[in-house]
Design a protein around this ligand. Structure first.
Ligand SMILES: Nc1ncnc2c1ncn2[C@@H]1O[C@H](COP(=O)(O)OP(=O)(O)OP(=O)(O)O)[C@@H](O)[C@H]1O
Ligand SMILES: [Mg+2]
Length: 287
């Protein structure tokens, strides 16, 4: 019987039934009318870890923002889908409710908004999507217990929950705060934009172990990084290389290792057109 049933399905169909899929198709993104992404394709399933590498200015953060729904990043062509639902036009908060999470490369400071209040609202919005403002917040006692446990796991002083979001936080503290948010929101798809940059080696270990503990069959992860440490703890099944606004190569963990060891010179040689576009972006950024 089983073989008959399997025979009637494609292997893709079976996988789809089991886990969520984030599908990025021919994505073109402009910032302030300048085209940055020029046709990005990628498929991330729940449970998979993908690494995204590429030189400065290649468009990695642009992809992250476009996926999260940042209003300044205009999608001019292509689509983003979660389980076949087209979210290309959806606002950032709706995407978050559907399970998308972005840990920022440069976390924003919000003076006046306490960490605990911010996370309690975000968690309530995601877990209880139909709630109206002022209603349906998750219970204080339950929330406190949960955030305290997650903070302890991440080696964070619980006092941070009382401070204003990222206000006066060190670079490393901001990055841990991003991981704390991820731990509390438990997204289906997490994009980590250089979460390991600016961390001392102890903090990189804490964050890497934290991510390894949090990710699992329920989470698809896209790790944007220039370093190897996060990937050592969280080995990617796929490594994508971005250059000049497109994914020019995809491989496995060995590709990430090779790029760390040898840089992007050979990638640029293999993809001269994308390399020329990247060089233009770097020049513009340098002005
Ligand atoms: N808000 C913006 N305004 C103007 N240009 C932008 C903006 N955001 C991105 N760009 C441009 O888009 C290009 C890609 O930038 P992006 O930040 O995506 O690169 P990246 O791959 O994340 O680089 P890095 O490794 O340095 O973080 C760059 O040329 C950059 O200057
Ligand atoms: Mg970036």
């Amino acid at each position: 019987m089983l073989s008959v049933w399997v025979g009637a399905q494609t292997s893709q169909g079976i996988a789809n039934a089991m886990s969520s899929l984030l599908k990025i198709t021919d994505l073109h993104v402009s910032v302030a009318d300048t085209p940055i992404l020029k046709g990005v394709n990628m498929e991330i399933r729940q449970g998979e870890i993908h690494a995204l590498m590429g030189p400065n200015g290649s468009g990695k953060s642009t992809l992250a923002y476009a996926l999260a729904g940042h209003p300044n990043y205009a999608i001019t062509a292509g689509s983003i889908e979660i389980d076949g639902v087209n979210i290309t036009e959806r606002a950032a908060n709706e995407r978050a409710r559907l399970g998308m999470f972005l840990a920022f490369q440069y976390p924003v400071v919000i003076p006046g908004v306490k960490v605990a209040d911010f996370i309690r609202h975000a968690v309530s919005n995601v877990r209880n999507p139909d709630r109206k403002e002022g209603e349906g917040l998750i219970g204080m006692r339950e929330f406190r217990k949960e955030i305290k446990a997650r903070m302890e796991e991440l080696g964070m002083d619980v006092e941070f929950a009382r401070r204003y979001l990222n206000d006066g936080f060190s670079g490393g503290e901001k990055k841990r705060m991003e991981i704390l948010q991820m731990a509390m929101l438990q997204p289906k798809f997490a994009i980590l934009d250089e979460t390991d940059s600016g961390l001392d080696s102890d903090a990189v270990r804490v964050v890497s172990e934290g991510l390894a503990k949090l990710s699992g069959p329920e989470m698809g992860v896209l790790i944007i990084t220039h370093h190897e440490r996060l990937l050592e703890f969280n080995p990617p099944q796929y490594t994508h290389v971005m250059l000049g606004g497109r994914i020019v190569e995809t491989g496995d963990a060995a590709l990430a290792h090779d790029l760390h060891a040898n840089g992007y010179a050979t990638v640029r040689e293999r993809h001269p057109e994308a390399a020329a576009d990247n060089a233009k972006a770097e020049e513009t950024a340098a002005v």
